[in-house]
Design a protein around this ligand. Structure first.
Ligand SMILES: [Zn+2]
Length: 248
């Protein structure tokens, strides 16, 4: 199914690949309240696909059972994610990523469990099953993928993919709750955006490289970072995935 990506140089890291089976899930919530969805439509102008559409990238608010995510925080995160999508649009030119509207997945475990690689396996192992229960598909089903924004995951970040499926996971605190990561080098909104871009890069099959301007080398100062076409062919690789589509 998946291979572990090389970990980002972060405090808490990918990956706990494979393995753990999750058997009990309570009250999965795949859809947000309709009125909320309507009021936030303007923030999701980048969304091209419906939930569950083949070849779409599904952004997910992942909320452990001991955490919440306010409407204001969801709005802030949607807008920041739009910056990520725009970054890819800038790099890909006439092509663009096929993004679905955000959905909520309520996790059955606490944030501490998802941060840990110990049994039952942490976010990397647990999220695909919980996403399938809530939304009807796994990020590892062919033609699907998910970018998982996990409340309480702090500096956790990881991503992996094979060109037709994949998953990226990033904590939300560096964007939304900097009081919870104060003093950490990664605790800023710009670093959060660069991290999401970088982990989505892994999800879109890109490995690390050594180019000083490359987002896959280092994710800081993200607006000045690029997908490096020569010699790494990063744009070509992203365009070779099923998630890249022609712009209208
Ligand atoms: Zn990485």
């Amino acid at each position: 199914m998946s291979r572990c990506a090389a970990p980002l140089t972060f405090a808490m890291l990918c990956c706990a690949c494979g393995g753990a089976e999750l058997t009990v899930l309570e009250s999965p919530e795949g859809l947000e309240d309709e009125s909320v969805e309507l009021s936030l439509d303007a923030d999701e102008s980048y969304a091209r696909a419906k939930v569950g559409d083949d070849n779409s990238i599904q952004p997910v608010f992942f909320i452990p059972r001991d955490k919440t995510l306010s409407l204001a925080e969801r709005r802030t995160l949607r807008r920041a994610f739009r910056d990520v999508v725009e970054w890819y649009r800038r790099e890909l030119g006439t092509q663009t990523l096929n993004i679905a509207p955000f959905r909520v997945v309520n996790g059955a475990y606490t944030a501490a469990v998802y941060r840990s690689s110990a049994a039952p396996g942490g976010i990397w192992a647990l999220a695909p099953t919980e996403i399938r229960t809530a939304l009807g598909f796994s990020p590892w089903d062919s033609g699907h993928s998910a970018v998982v924004f996990g409340v309480g995951l702090l500096g956790w970040a990881g991503g992996d993919g094979n060109g037709s499926s994949g998953m990226a996971v990033v904590g939300v605190e560096s964007l939304l709750r900097q009081g919870e990561c104060f003093g950490e080098w990664w605790c800023s909104g710009d670093m959060w955006r660069g991290t999401v871009i970088h982990e989505m890069g892994h999800m879109l099959t890109l490995p690390h490289n050594t180019h000083p301007e490359g987002i896959m080398f280092f994710h800081g100062d993200y607006t000045n970072k690029r997908l490096i076409e020569h010699p790494y062919r990063e744009k070509t690789k992203v365009k070779g995935t099923v998630f890249d589509i022609a712009s209208p």
